[in-house]
Design a protein around this ligand. Structure first.
Ligand code: HEM
Length: 201
């Protein structure tokens, strides 16, 4: 009896959720691949590497896009930096996540493989992602390294997020240690010694 009631309650919740947001099931891991057509639009637009490569802002190009950790942004309003001839034009039309941290802007460095980056470097990259989320319009996801063809996160993205999490924890730990043991200085001059520590860091 109790089992039937529980099942009925579960159905009621499912109906209510689906009525308010019929696509919410697409967020349940695994289900999006069972309903590819229904869920395709849910990650925003999904772009292939080939499609993204045409968004370099040049003549005949459909726009100016770049990707960080597989998230695609429209950087048209930053044309002076990213457009053809701009100082950062090499970031456009691709996902060059690694270069945001390494500063290696040669063709071989402009890649999406971030597996060798340290947790603090990943945190730095995450700051760039937040920068784009705050300042530019998100377009969708890039199919390939960080998202699969349905817009689901790949193992590479899960690893990247885990590294960012470790980076955040390390940062918090350093912050706590600095509060507990503030950096101190000492000076000895004219027979007088002086020690002082910074209070806030
Ligand atoms: C890893 C190294 C670096 C990376 C990844 C990087 C990346 C960027 C990016 C993506 C922008 C455009 C931001 C936007 O959309 O508004 C930018 C702007 C800028 N960067 Fe860098 N940069 C680096 C190093 C440097 C260095 C070393 C300098 C100076 C010596 C510098 C000076 C500038 C300046 C002046 C701007 C333009 C600011 C503005 O006009 O709004 N950058 N940088």
């Amino acid at each position: 009896m109790f089992g039937y009631l529980a099942a009925a309650a579960l159905c009621l919740v499912a109906v209510l959720v689906l009525r308010s947001d019929p696509w919410s099931l697409c967020e349940v891991p695994g289900l999006s691949s069972l309903f590819p057509e229904q869920c395709r639009g849910q990650a925003g637009r999904l772009l292939s590497k080939g499609e993204l490569s045409s968004y370099d802002g040049g003549h005949g190009s459909p726009g100016l896009y770049l990707a960080v950790l597989g998230q695609v942004f429209d950087v048209q309003k930053g044309m002076k930096h990213y457009g053809p001839g701009g100082s950062y034009s090499f970031f456009t039309a691709r996902d060059a996540s690694r270069a945001y941290v390494t500063g290696d802007f040669a063709e071989g460095g402009l890649v999406d493989d971030v597996s060798e980056l340290s947790p603090s470097q990943m945190l730095h990259l995450n700051n760039w992602l937040s920068f784009y989320q705050k300042n530019y319009v998100a377009v969708g996801k890039l199919i390939g390294h960080f998202y699969d063809e349905y817009g689901n996160p790949t193992k590479a993205l899960e690893d990247a997020l885990a590294a960012i999490d470790v980076g955040l924890k390390l940062k918090e730990k350093r912050h706590e240690e600095n509060k507990q043991f503030p950096p101190c200085n000492s000076e000895f001059s004219s027979g007088i010694s002086r020690v002082w520590c910074s209070k806030n860091r």
